[in-house]
Design a protein around this ligand. Structure first.
Ligand code: SF4
Ligand code: FES
Length: 139
């Protein structure tokens, strides 16, 4: 299945958003609300802040739902290995490239990491879809 990618661009920067990866941490819009406006139809306004500010915020997205489209590796994934952080009562955040192999042998590569469900309730397994917030998952 091809992953949905929505792009928001101006001459200086292209922000990519992969809605299936968003774990609704709210971090982007809490920290840079003039750019990330979840109530708006075009919810990312790349003209509302300098490119560097947007890039810094995108790089803080815990799930990898937000990323910067780059033609070079300037802001690409570090090649120093993949790291996994377990969020309290939430997903396993994979930081760095991974390849997932499904039971049918199909493979899927996530270049910039992703959030993997630990609670078992996601409708988009193996990825977290934010369901852990409403099912009382502890762990
Ligand atoms: S996961 Fe990323 S895109 Fe989704 S709300 Fe959090 S910071 Fe924003
Ligand atoms: S850990 Fe987020 S949906 Fe399961």
């Amino acid at each position: 299945m091809t992953e949905k990618v929505i792009r928001y661009a101006n001459d200086a920067i292209t922000v990519e958003w992969r809605p299936e990866r968003c774990i609704h941490s709210q971090r982007c819009w809490r920290e840079l609300g003039q750019v990330f406006r979840p109530k708006e139809k075009k919810w990312v306004d790349v003209d509302a802040a300098p490119p560097d500010v947007i890039r810094d915020q995108v790089n803080k997205c815990p799930s990898g739902a937000l990323s910067i489209k780059t033609d070079d590796m300037e802001h690409g994934t570090a090649s120093s290995g993949t790291q996994v952080d377990l969020m309290p009562n939430g997903p396993a955040l994979v930081k760095g490239a991974i390849t997932i192999t499904y039971p049918d042998g199909r493979t899927e590569t996530k270049e910039k990491g992703c959030a993997l469900c630990r609670c078992g309730a996601s409708a988009n397994k193996p990825f977290c879809d934010g369901s852990h917030k409403s099912n009382g998952f502890e762990g």
